[in-house]
Structure formats: C-alpha cells, structure tokens
Write a protein that binds this ligand. Structure first.
Ligand code: FAD
Length: 389
C-alpha cells in the first residue's frame, strides 16, 4: 500500500490558500538549500552563520514578515506560522533567529516605538542587515520578570541603564537590543544600540541545546542613552508580555516542524531497518508509536491553524496562545523522544537530526514562558484565580 506522510493524513493542505502554500514552498526550499546540509555541523561546533542567514531570510521577506510597512512583508499570521514550521524543521535555533528578530525585537519597535525609531531600525532589520535581540530575562528573574532589577534612571534628559540580562538569543551578534528596565514610574522598554559605551555581550558557551543559535549574557554598565531611546508606548509589563505572545505564536507552529522532521526520519528508518528478519515498521509496537505520533502531530497542526485563523481575524487572545505553546511544544518533545527510540542507537548519533531536535525542544519548552507558566495562565483563565505567587 502507498505510504502517506503524517501531515497529509487528514488532507489539511486543503485548508491553506494558494499564497500560504507558495510561501511554505519558498521557505521549505531555503531550508533545504541553506540549512539542512550544514546544520549538523553548526550544532556540533555550537556556531551558526547568523549574519549570512539573516541576510538570506531578509531577502526572502521572512524577518518581521507578519508586520506591515517599513520594509516588512505584511504576510498573514498563518503564512508566518507556516514559515516558522518549515524553519524549525531545519532547526529550532534557526527559527529562533527569525522569531527573536521579527516577533520580539522588531515587533517591540513596530508596536511601541516612535516614528524615528521605526524608520531608523525596521527597514534594516527586515533586510537582515541589522540583527536585534530582546533582553527581558535576568540571572535571578526568569518566569517572574516583574521582579527585574535592571534599572534606568534619569540624568538630565538622558537615561542611564545598569543591570544584567541573561539567556538573550542573538545578543552576541546583535546590532541593537530592546531592553526592559525598571524606572521610578515602572517597567520601560529601551532601544539600545549594541555599540553604546557600557554594553557588553558575552556568549553562553556550555549550551547542550539550541547550539545553532547564538545566546548571550547582556551586561549594561551605566549605559547612557538619549531621551529618545525609550520606547514611547513601551511602558508597563504588558508591553514585553505582548511581544512574548507574538513570539509564542511562532513557536506553536515551529515546534510542529521539529516534530514532523523527526517523524519523517523515524518512518523512513523504520521501513528500512530490519530486525528479526523484517522491517521494524512492521511490528505492531512500532506502528502504535508511529500512529500515536502522527495523530498528535495532526492535532497540533489543527490547533495551530485554528489559532492562526483567529490571529488573522484579529481575535487571538494570549491564553489561547498559551494553549498552543503548551500543547505543541510538549507533544513535539514527546514525539522527538519517541522517534529517538525507533532509531535505536542511531538515534543518539548526530548523523540523524532526531536527538538534536529533542535537545533543542528542551529550550523551546522553557523559553517564552515555561510549560508550567502556560499551565498557570490557562488555570487562571479557567478558575479566575491566580496561582502564580
Ligand atoms: P525559572 O523562572 O527559574 O523557573 C525554573 C522552574 O520553576 C521552571 O520549571 C518554572 O516553570 C518553574 N516555576 C517558576 N515559577 C513558577 C510558579 N509560579 N509556579 C510553578 N512553577 C514555577 N529570555 C529573554 O529575555 N530573551 C531571549 O532572547 C531569551 N532566549 C533564550 C534562549 C534560550 C536557549 C533559553 C534556554 C532561554 C532564553 N530566554 C530568553 C530565557 C527564558 O525566557 C527563561 O529561561 C524562561 O522564562 C524561564 O526562566 P528561568 O530559566 O529563569 O527559570
């Protein structure tokens, strides 16, 4: 009997427009050409050609692709989601580059910045000529950013920033950072050129996950900025949280890409690998694993598509994104681990992408709100009670 790919089981492609399918094909191609042949080496060395990739993705309109104006593509949320899925089928670190650039750094400037800030940064960021990062997490404040200790004080009309941000994607290669700091009036966002005196980015080297992504510590030592560096509308914790909602939406889709890749590899492996005189794909226990994974992948895709259509209708709420992030990352990680078992010893080899994806998904489970934090968000919505503190 002819084989069907897991994501073709329910004919879900029928739910996409021609334009969405075309965008997906373009991104799939660039991943095939520019990522897939090299990513195992990047992962092993813990270094990816981030600048080259950014320029390539910028040329294709993938950076800030769901934003409009300022050189951004103005694509639909579903098209953006499909792009994230294809990028993460290559590697979660590659998708992280695009997410942090477009959904965190660019979105913050696009949504909360002055016209001058937008003109200064968005066109070059959309083109991949300038790389952005987003500094919210601190060494002692991750899930609870409201307790951040990075300070911004007034000195005349200037601002002076001091503090340390931790685990900041793209920081070691960035040209600009969107930094969140506490002022006397509350939390405030700033656009910080990385060349400003007092800014230092140190790469975090001992990462066993997301190794094809540059992650750093961002140290701000009495960084003096003009008044115009503040994001005029970027005040209060709701501002960075809204950026996280944007980025989480991409993760809802992206995680499915990692899972799809693992499942494709495991399927091919199971059909080709013989034990006890027959393909391991023919054993019922293997088929149970494969069927369950295909079902979860389809369910995750339906969920992503539903959230995407809500986003395109302007009706997507943050707790709905939490449902998607919680489910799709958790299931993608479970799929990646299960696929690893099907590959046996080869599953731990870098010659196959499966353990790389599983290791990456450990970071994806934690960043942009841990699984537990999303459970609490959903729990709060269900009960009306906050269990955060
Ligand atoms: P903690 O907050 O210390 O949490 C530890 C554990 O305690 C978790 O399991 C958590 O769920 C649990 N926990 C905490 N509070 C509660 C509670 N109230 N109830 C129940 N359980 C709780 N941050 C940025 O700002 N910018 C970036 O670009 C960025 N990139 C990242 C890239 C990577 C590779 C990684 C790993 C992280 C990145 N982060 C970034 C940081 C990330 O967002 C944080 O790691 C995340 O928010 C969790 O914070 P934490 O690691 O301090 O864990």
């Amino acid at each position: 009997m002819a084989r069907v790919l897991p994501l073709d089981l329910l004919d879900l492609d029928d739910s996409l427009t021609d334009e969405e399918r075309q965008i997906r094909a373009v991104v799939r191609q660039v991943v095939d050409d520019r990522v897939r042949p090299h990513v195992a080496g990047w992962y092993e060395r813990g270094q990816a050609p981030v600048r080259e990739l950014a320029l390539e993705f910028g040329r294709l309109g993938l950076l800030g692709m769901h934003l409009s104006g300022y050189g951004c593509a103005g694509a639909s949320a579903v098209a953006y989601g499909l792009a994230c899925l294809e990028l993460e089928a290559g590697d979660s670190g590659v998708r992280s580059l695009v997410s942090v650039q477009g959904s965190l750094a660019m979105y913050a400037i696009w949504r909360y910045g002055s016209e001058e800030q937008k003109q200064r940064w968005l066109p070059s960021m959309a083109a991949g000529e300038a790389i952005g990062c987003f500094g919210l997490t601190e060494p002692d404040h991750g899930s609870d950013p409201a307790s951040m200790t990075t300070r911004a004080r007034r000195d005349g009309t200037d601002w002076v920033l001091s503090g340390t941000k931790m685990w900041i994607t793209n920081a070691p290669v960035a040209d600009v950072a969107v930094v969140w700091a506490r002022t006397e009036a509350g939390i405030q966002g700033f656009v910080v050129p990385m060349g400003s005196p007092g800014v230092a980015a140190r790469e975090i080297r001992q990462k066993l996950s997301l190794r094809a992504s540059a992650t750093g510590e961002l140290v701000l030592d009495e960084v003096r900025l003009p008044a115009e560096a503040a994001l005029p509308e970027g005040t209060g914790l709701r501002a960075p949280l809204s950026c996280l909602t944007e980025a989480r939406f991409g993760i809802v889709w992206g995680a499915l890409g990692a899972a799809r890749e693992c499942l494709h590899v495991a399927l091919d492996y199971a059909v080709g690998r013989e034990q006890f005189g027959r393909p391991i794909a023919g054993f019922q226990l293997t088929q149970a694993k494969l069927a369950d994974m295909a079902v979860e992948l389809q369910k995750g895709y339906l969920l992503a598509l539903h959230l995407g259509r809500l986003a395109d209708a302007g009706r997507l709420r943050p707790e709905q994104v939490s449902v998607g992030k919680l489910n799709n990352v958790r299931e993608a990680l479970a799929i990646a681990r299960q696929c690893r078992t099907i590959l046996g010893a080869n599953g731990v080899s870098g010659e196959y992408p499966v353990l790389r994806h599983a290791n990456n998904l450990e970071s994806v489970l934690t960043y942009e709100g841990t699984a537990e934090i999303h459970q609490l968000v959903i729990g709060q919505r269900l009960t009306g009670l906050s269990a955060f503190a």
